[in-house]
Design a protein around this ligand. Structure first.
Ligand code: PGA
Length: 260
C-alpha cells in the first residue's frame, strides 16, 4: 500500500523483448491510461533501447514516462555498445533502471558499478530506479535483509532524493518464475528498506518510492502490493501485455487512499 503522501509508480521492464510493431502495446496503454489511472499513479515503460525514441514519440501527449534499462556511467567515450544516460535523455527518456539482477548476473555488474551508473543518471537529469534483491540461497540462509541493506548501501549514492531515486526490491528467485514472497516477507523487507533509507537520508528517505518486483500479475497485484511501504511495482513479463500491465496499474490505483 503506497505510503501516505507518496505517488505510486508502476513501471514496466520489457527486457530484451519488442520490435517496432510492439508500438501497438504502447498505443493500447496510451488509450487505457487516458481513462483516469494517471490521476492517481505514475507509470513508466522501459522498452529496449532501440524503441525508446519511438515509445516517447508514441506517448506524446499522454504522461506515461519512458525509460532505459541500463546506462553507462560516462557521458560519452570509447565504450563500444554502451549507452550514456545523456543519450537516453536526448531521446526523451526520464528514467533508467540501474542494477537489475539480470545486469548484475549477465554482465557482472557490482554495487559500485550500479553506484556509478546512478550518479551518471543523475548527472544527465534522469531518475534512477535502483534494483536490489536477494538470491534463493541468500533467503534460505536467512540473510535477505542484510544482503539487500548491503546492496542499498553500495548502490545508492549520497545525494539520493525522492526525485532522483526509486528503489525496486526484486528477489532474484521471484523474477520470471511465478513465485512470490509471502505478503509478510514483502512487508518485512519493505519496512527494512524504508528504515535504511530514512536512517541514511532522513525525511527524504521517507518520501522515496520503494517498488516490489518479481512475478507481479493482475491476479496477485492487489495482494502482493498491499503491505505498507510498497509504493508500486516493477513488472517484467506482465508489462508486455497492455491489458495485464493496466490491470496491475488499476490494482495499484485502487490501493491509493482517497484524499481526505
Ligand atoms: P517479472 O520480472 O515480472 O517477469 O518477474 C520482473 C523484473 O525483472 O523486473
Amino acid at each position: 500500500m503506497p505510503t501516505d503522501g507518496i505517488r505510486p509508480l508502476v513501471a514496466g521492464n520489457w527486457k530484451m523483448n519488442g520490435l517496432r510493431r510492439s508500438v501497438d502495446t504502447i498505443e493500447a496503454l496510451k488509450g487505457r491510461a487516458q481513462e483516469g489511472v494517471l490521476e492517481r499513479i505514475d507509470m513508466l515503460v522501459c522498452p529496449p533501447v532501440t524503441l525508446v525514441a519511438l515509445a516517447v514519440k508514441t506517448m506524446d501527449t499522454v504522461p506515461i514516462h519512458i525509460g532505459g534499462q541500463t546506462c553507462h556511467p560516462a557521458e560519452s567515450g570509447a565504450h563500444t555498445g554502451d549507452i550514456a544516460p545523456e543519450m537516453l535523455l536526448d531521446v526523451g527518456a526520464s528514467y533508467v533502471l540501474t542494477g537489475h539482477s539480470e545486469r548484475r548476473t549477465d554482465h557482472g555488474e557490482s554495487d559500485s558499478d550500479v553506484h556509478a551508473q546512478t550518479l551518471g543518471a543523475w548527472r544527465a537529469g534522469l531518475c534512477s530506479v535502483v534494483c536490489v534483491g536477494e538470491t534463493k540461497d541468500e533467503r534460505e540462509a536467512g540473510n535477505e535483509i542484510s544482503v539487500v541493506a548491503g546492496q542499498i548501501a553500495g548502490s545508492v549514492p549520497d545525494g539520493a532524493t525522492a526525485e532522483n531515486t526509486v528503489v525496486a526490491y526484486e528477489p532474484v528467485w521471484a523474477i520470471g518464475t511465478g513465485l512470490t514472497p509471502t505478503v509478510g516477507d514483502i512487508a518485512a523487507m519493505h519496512d527494512a528498506i524504508r528504515a535504511e533509507l530514512t536512517g541514511r537520508f532522513g525525511d527524504e528517505g521517507g518520501k522515496m518510492r520503494i517498488l516490489y518486483g518479481g512475478s507481479v500479475k493482475p491476479g496477485n497485484a492487489a495482494e502482493v502490493l498491499a503491505p505498507n511501504n510498497v509504493d508500486g511495482a516493477l513488472v517484467g513479463g506482465a508489462s508486455l501485455s497492455a491489458t495485464d500491465f493496466m490491470g496491475i496499474a488499476d490494482a495499484v490505483a485502487g490501493l491509493v487512499k482517497p484524499e481526505s
